[in-house]
Design a binder for this molecule. Structure first.
Ligand SMILES: CC(C)(COP(=O)(O)OP(=O)(O)OC[C@H]1O[C@@H](n2cnc3c(N)ncnc32)[C@H](O)[C@@H]1OP(=O)(O)O)[C@@H](O)C(=O)NCCC(=O)NCCS
Length: 245
């Protein structure tokens, strides 16, 4: 199916359309990354040209994705260590008027009614085209492996190496990136750290945490550590770095 690719800002989308698009996107706890919170408003303000929408024939949103331009040496040790650092790097690159040479794909979401039917391939393709349009030769992505949450006790090191009989990654989202020419170049083991009070974690997870310790939580790629005496829950989520170009 062909989609119209346009900037998300090119037309006004209703709240209803946007809520439907994002309805099954990310776990509620993802909003608790304080480091991301500090950057995100300015990133949205500055980099709207890197935020795209795929609309269907009826003009309904089918998928959306966004990213940021950064300056990166092309070497693995120079990759930003966390997702927040990706955003920070984009702002540093902008503020210092450095020439950005790398597009970092930061988010991708397919409408729930359209998942599992190949829309994501069109979306990644359109995001890579966005980099080309902006003369950014490199394209990388800190990928959230979509089925890691089923294996919260396995390390991301092990998980990233799981392959099927055809040698493609076991994780479907990683697999799609690799099938499209992406190469796994590194792990971001602490991509997002989410710290909340016990009440916040109860709201985010729909669970209760009667004592201190580690808990497996819905959609958590790793266990949540609860410290009741400090009234804090800490969760650290890994990403897998993919390089497309
Ligand atoms: C990740 C996401 C963008 C993939 O979009 P999609 O259109 O469903 O992807 P595709 O149809 O191309 O599917 C890609 C592969 O995943 C498989 N797949 C899709 N949904 C799946 C599911 N729920 N469980 C298992 N496999 C699934 C497909 O069968 C396909 O596998 P294949 O390689 O064997 O063909 C979409 O699921 C999504 O929006 N998820 C929520 C947001 C998110 O996690 N985004 C990524 C991090 S930013």
């Amino acid at each position: 199916m062909a989609f119209q690719v346009e900037l998300t800002s090119a037309r006004a989308w209703s709240d209803e359309q946007m809520n439907a698009l994002f309805a099954q996107g990310f776990p509620a706890f993802i909003v608790g990354d304080q480091d991301v919170k500090q950057q995100i408003d300015r990133v949205r303000e500055l980099f709207g040209e890197y935020n795209i929408m795929l609309a269907d024939e009826q003009g309904e949103p089918a998928a959306t994705g966004w990213g940021v331009p950064i300056s990166w040496s092309g070497e693995v040790p120079d990759l930003p260590e966390t997702f927040a650092r990706v955003l920070e790097r984009s702002l540093e690159t902008y503020d210092a008027s450095f020439v950005a040479d790398t597009f970092v794909i930061c988010g991708a979401i397919v409408h729930p009614a359209r998942k599992g039917r190949g829309v994501a391939q069109a979306l990644i393709g359109a995001l890579i085209d966005t980099a080309v349009t902006h003369s950014l030769p490199r394209v990388i992505a800190p990928v959230r492996p979509t089925l890691k949450h089923l294996y919260p006790l396995q390390s991301v090191d092990a998980y990233a190496k799981w392959v099927r009989n055809d040698d493609l990654p076991w994780d479907p989202w990683l697999r799609l990136h690799v099938r499209m020419g992406g190469e796994l170049i590194d792990l971001a083991k602490k991509a997002q750290t989410i710290i909340g009070t016990i009440t916040q974690w109860e709201e985010w997870s729909g669970m209760e945490f009667p004592e201190s310790g580690d808990y497996v939580i819905p959609d958590g790629m790793a266990p949540l550590h609860i410290d009741r005496s400090a009234n804090l829950g800490t969760y650290v989520e890994p990403n897998i770095w993919i390089r497309h170009r």
